[in-house]
Design a protein around this ligand. Structure first.
Ligand SMILES: Cc1ncc(C[n+]2csc(CCOP(=O)(O)OP(=O)(O)O)c2C)c(N)n1
Length: 586
């Protein structure tokens, strides 16, 4: 700190001088932060030292920075609050990069705090120096480099404001070591105003009235309307307004992977997930609709598949908080920038209570939903992965928080778990990050102590962050850790089987640990099942166990995720596999 700053401050203020580290902790507590996931190192030692004397500050020591950031991410997605992670400079900061990109792709609010080398060493290639602000700029909503301790309180406040407003996302705060030791007075700004950002934010929330009128008249004119609801609905806490909109208009709805739970799975007008592994009904609805109303979805290529054949008959209305998303990928005739909750609320108030239902269209889609429902060949002896997910869903009545890793098990979870509530499926959609599934469940459980949290992982991805079993054991975090163990990198194997003519290349996971023993080595209870009967027994035991449990479900290897639209093809090129649509095809 410069002497001048200190003198100026002290002459007008007799409040207590705190170190930058103490200011940081206080600022985080004042933001309501109730847990921080982190890992110490040289550049953050003052911060960890300040924690030593601050019993109010709740920090969980991860075993790898990637585990820490995914845990913070799971906390954020499941609670709607901003997650916080802390790491040291150099390798600590670099280990966060995958987690930052994961959160950025899925618009998850995180405040990512990194230490850096002392200001006088910045730019000298000093020990454990890395330009994390530069590295993270394309994958953060904003990055702060803190030059003076006196700026810290304001920066923390602004970081939370930016992360948690508008289109949410990760914000990085990089603090050189000397700044974390420098003394200043803690002054929390009462309100945050970031010129430009704040004004744009206000303007972006409330939709243009004329555009709403246009949409309402398009709804009246349409014979085959369809709603596409994405993560934006969940981020905006708009699920109830969405439900009211569906019930009022009778418009059928499909929810993207990250939108699952926005509409309860037992809703009559819900068609399932669209896209690469979407249902036949949802994909046919996209092909045949004449009006597509997208709310908080960004037309990801896993949803649209070939853009040139996507929703070929539809006028497209796109509601999004981020104007940059509108018209980015699909030609949009009714662009509506607005908060999903605000926009749906306004629409609900303007629409007549009883809109004319398009019964022919609804009946047609209902017949597809029934005739082409998801299915697989059951077996009495072999344990099918789909059976496991159905069992998880049935025994928790679709009410658990389920985190997944990436691969076949992720798609089966999306397909077969009947989500009833928003913020219940926690999965890496945009980046598709293996290693996310297990640590994100730790954060989700901490943020939701009263709910059952199940983490569904492949045997590949489980090995990417398995070290975090330690946190579960030490803090008795009662996550039910499911391993869908097919002894292979299942999703890669599926592509090699279907697209690369069965040339299996480097997908054999022989040499993996015994997962039951691995869990037990960390002090976590381990169970195993290889048949449907065993699975039911073991899962019941897991549910009745108060602490964390890992369950190794040894499943058949040859199951494929269907339906599937191969990459490079359009939704009309859906492959149903051997078990879907039998009745409808007869
Ligand atoms: C960090 C990372 N590396 C590689 C991939 C590519 N990838 C996608 S799915 C998959 C296979 C996952 O295998 P497993 O965890 O066993 O799950 P399964 O597909 O068998 O359910 C791989 C390697 C990825 N998504 N993330």
């Amino acid at each position: 700190m410069s002497f001048a700053t200190e003198r100026t401050a002290s002459s007008k203020d007799s409040r207590k001088w705190l170190s930058g580290s103490e200011i940081l902790l206080r600022a985080l507590l004042d933001e309501g932060v109730d847990c921080v996931f982190g890992y110490p190192g040289g550049a953050v030692l003052y911060i960890y030292d300040a924690m030593h004397d601050n019993p109010d500050f709740h920090h969980l020591l991860a075993r790898h920075e990637q585990g820490a950031i995914h845990a913070a991410d799971g906390y954020a997605r499941s609670t709607g609050r901003t997650g916080v992670v802390l790491a040291t400079s150099g390798p600590g900061a670099a280990n966060l990069v995958t987690g930052i990109a994961t959160a950025y792709m899925d618009s998850v609010p995180l405040v990512v705090i990194t230490g850096n080398v002392s200001s006088d060493l910045i730019g000298t290639d000093s020990f454990q120096e890395v330009d994390i602000v530069g590295i993270s700029q394309p994958i953060t909503k904003h990055s702060f480099f803190v030059r003076r301790a006196t700026d810290l309180a304001r920066i923390v406040r602004e970081a939370f404001y930016i992360a948690g407003t508008g289109r949410k996302g990760p914000v990085l705060i990089d603090i050189p070591k000397d700044v974390s030791a420098e003394k200043a007075i803690y002054e929390r700004p009462e309100r945050v105003h970031i010129p430009g950002y704040s004004e744009a934010l206000e303007a972006s929330r409330v939709p243009d009235e004329g555009k709403l009128d246009e949409l309402i008249s398009a709804i009246h004119q349409s014979e085959r309307p369809l709603l596409l609801a994405g993560a934006g609905v969940i981020h905006a806490e708009a699920s109830e307004e969405l439900r009211a909109f569906i019930d009022r208009t009778g418009i059928p709805v499909t929810t993207t992977l990250l939108g699952l739970g926005a509409v309860p799975a037992d809703h009559d007008l819900w068609l399932g997930m669209p896209g690469m592994h979407g249902t036949y009904a949802a994909n046919q609805a996209l092909i045949q609709c004449d009006l597509l109303i997208s709310v908080g979805a960004r037309f990801d290529d896993r949803v649209t598949m070939r853009l040139d054949s996507f929703a070929p008959l539809a006028r497209i209305a796109h509601v999004d908080i981020d104007a940059a998303e509108i018209g980015k990928l699909v030609p949009t005739s009714i662009p509506i920038q607005g908060d999903a909750c605000e926009t749906l609320g306004l629409l609900n108030r303007r629409l007549p209570r009883e809109c004319q239902r398009k019964t022919l269209w609804i009946d047609y889609l209902r017949s597809l939903k029934l005739g082409y429902r998801l299915s697989y060949k059951p077996s009495e002896n072999e344990l099918k992965p789909q059976y496991v997910i159905e069992m998880l869903s049935r025994t928790t009545d679709g009410g658990a928080i389920v985190t997944t890793d990436v691969g076949q098990h992720q798609m089966w979870t999306a397909q077969y778990y009947r989500f009833r509530r928003p913020r219940s499926l926690i999965t890496s959609g945009g980046l598709g990050t293996m290693g996310f599934g297990f640590p994100s469940a730790i954060g989700a459980q901490l943020g939701n102590p009263e709910r059952i949290v199940i983490s569904v992982n492949g045997d590949g991805g489980m090995q990417m962050c398995a070290q975090e079993l330690a946190i579960c054991a030490i803090h008795n975090i009662p996550v039910k850790i499911v391993v869908i163990n097919n002894r292979t990198l299942g999703m890669i194997r599926q592509w090699q089987e279907l697209i690369y003519e069965g040339r299996y290349s480097h997908i054999d996971l022989s040499g993996s640990p015994d997962f039951v023993k691995l869990a037990e080595a960390y002090g976590v209870k381990g169970l195993r099942a290889s048949s449907p009967k065993e699975a039911e027994q073991v899962w019941q035991e897991a549910l009745e166990t108060p602490g964390p449990v890992l369950i190794d479900f040894v499943v058949s290897q040859d199951e494929l995720v269907y339906p599937m639209v191969p990459q490079g093809q359009g939704l009309q090129d859906i492959r149903l596999g051997p078990d879907i649509g039998g009745e409808a095809n007869e």
